[in-house]
Design a protein around this ligand. Structure first.
Ligand SMILES: NC(=O)c1ccc[n+]([C@@H]2O[C@H](COP(=O)([O-])OP(=O)(O)OC[C@H]3O[C@@H](n4cnc5c(N)ncnc54)[C@H](O)[C@@H]3O)[C@@H](O)[C@H]2O)c1
Length: 355
């Protein structure tokens, strides 16, 4: 099979390259290292591209910008992918507010360029796209919450559309809320991916992810929460918890489990579908709890301070109900629990810090 992976030097793209290379597929990667442009030297993904080029014999890299429509069109015409794993993006909620044009051009425009090239040259390909839970805007903050000593959680008595005892479902509205600039560019891409499935019959799927994580993230303060927190803990560096006293809750899913989910979809595509994707209740923890979990593995902790004003639209509590995906793909199972994720990330951060 011929696989095209965009964002191939990033966290999920690189995991996909390795996974499909190991399956014996021809893998074409696209990444222009724009993460370094967005986030500076700590966001530089060159190390990850070089790691893949050394480890993956069937991998070819293209330093191509997905905003370049002519280059994207030419790539589809020549590579003729059978599976497109579209992971390139501007991923930061905060950065988007300072660079809205770049954010929209990459997230929305880049996705449209890829979809259209796919329609023109390889309409039978499966096309998977990583959307985000930020498409729900700040609607999760209107769900009934209770405050515990170290975290917020959903009220156990809650009976509202879009929430079950397992977390947030796809039934939560994406309307009537503050999305943030980032949420808006991802909504545009998410809806366009659905449209190319439902309207044009492409075999598309959009995955609305919560926190994706793993040892190959080039974590920075503005994106890659757990990766950055682990790096700061290992080096006893500073870490600012912004808003909610550090009690805000996110669920974490390992990049390996993300890619196996995408692969399950690719083998049995449901065109135009959206799926929530995340670690779920079992892999959910607050920022405060993550510091303690990391300290238990690393023996060190970051120097934490608190900024009382929350980030605009930041989720107070979010974890994922993946029932829809599990119903469609009963053979898929999540391999990594939070403890194992942190253990692996601490080891990787130590190597990268040279300690
Ligand atoms: N990591 C998370 O917690 C998370 C959560 C929800 C959604 N997502 C989405 O999942 C996708 C993958 O996330 P990730 O964590 O792997 O991000 P990442 O930043 O690690 O990887 C994205 C890669 O895309 C590349 N890229 C950016 N702009 C590009 C362009 N114009 N042309 C070519 N390449 C470009 C970057 O250089 C980077 O290597 C993104 O779309 C992100 O918005 C991520």
């Amino acid at each position: 099979m011929r696989v095209l992976v965009t964002g191939s030097s990033g966290l999920i793209g690189s995991e996909a390259v390795q996974f499909f290379d190991e399956l014996g597929f021809d893998v074409t990667g696209v990444d222009n290292n724009m993460r370094a442009d967005f986030f500076g030297p700590r966001g530089d993904t060159t190390w990850n591209r070089e790691r893949l080029q050394a480890a993956c014999p069937r991998f070819t890299h293209h330093d191509l910008d997905i905003r370049d429509r002519a280059a994207v069109d030419e790539l589809f015409r020549t590579v003729r992918p059978e599976l497109v794993v579209h992971m390139a993006g501007q991923p930061s909620h905060d950065l988007a507010a300072t660079r809205p044009l770049d954010d929209f051009d990459v997230n929305a425009g880049g996705t449209l360029a890829l979809l259209e090239a796919c329609r023109q040259h390889t309409p039978d390909a499966v096309f998977v796209f990583m959307s985000t839970n930020k498409v729900y805007g700040d609607n999760p903050n209107r769900l009934p919450l209770i405050e515990h000593d170290t975290r917020f959680d959903y009220s156990p008595d809650a009976s509202v559309v879009g929430l079950t005892s397992d977390g947030v479902t796809e039934k939560l509205s994406i309307d009537d809320c503050l999305h943030s600039v980032f949420g808006a560019s991802k909504v545009a891409a998410d809806v366009m991916v659905q449209e190319y499935g439902r309207n044009f019959g492409l075999r598309t799927g959009a995955f609305r992810a919560s926190c994706l994580t793993g040892p190959h993230h080039s974590g920075v303060e503005l994106h890659g929460f757990l990766s950055y927190l682990v790096a700061q803990a290992v080096t006893s560096g500073p870490y600012t918890m912004i808003g909610y006293g550090g009690k805000q809750v996110r669920d974490q899913i390992h990049s390996h489990d993300v890619v196996t989910a995408l692969w399950a979809f690719a083998q049995d595509p449901h065109p135009g579908e959206t799926y929530n994707l995340g670690g779920g209740r079992a892999n959910a923890a607050s920022n405060l709890e993550c510091v303690e979990l990391i300290a238990a593995h690393a023996g060190t902790r970051p120097v934490v301070d608190f900024e009382p004003t929350p980030r605009v639209g930041d989720h107070i509590c979010y974890y994922t109900d993946m029932s829809k995906f599990r119903d469609h793909f009963p053979g898929w199972n999540m391999r990594y629990g939070l403890d194992e994720i942190v253990e692996e990330m601490v080891a990787a951060a130590r190597v990268r810090a040279g300690s």
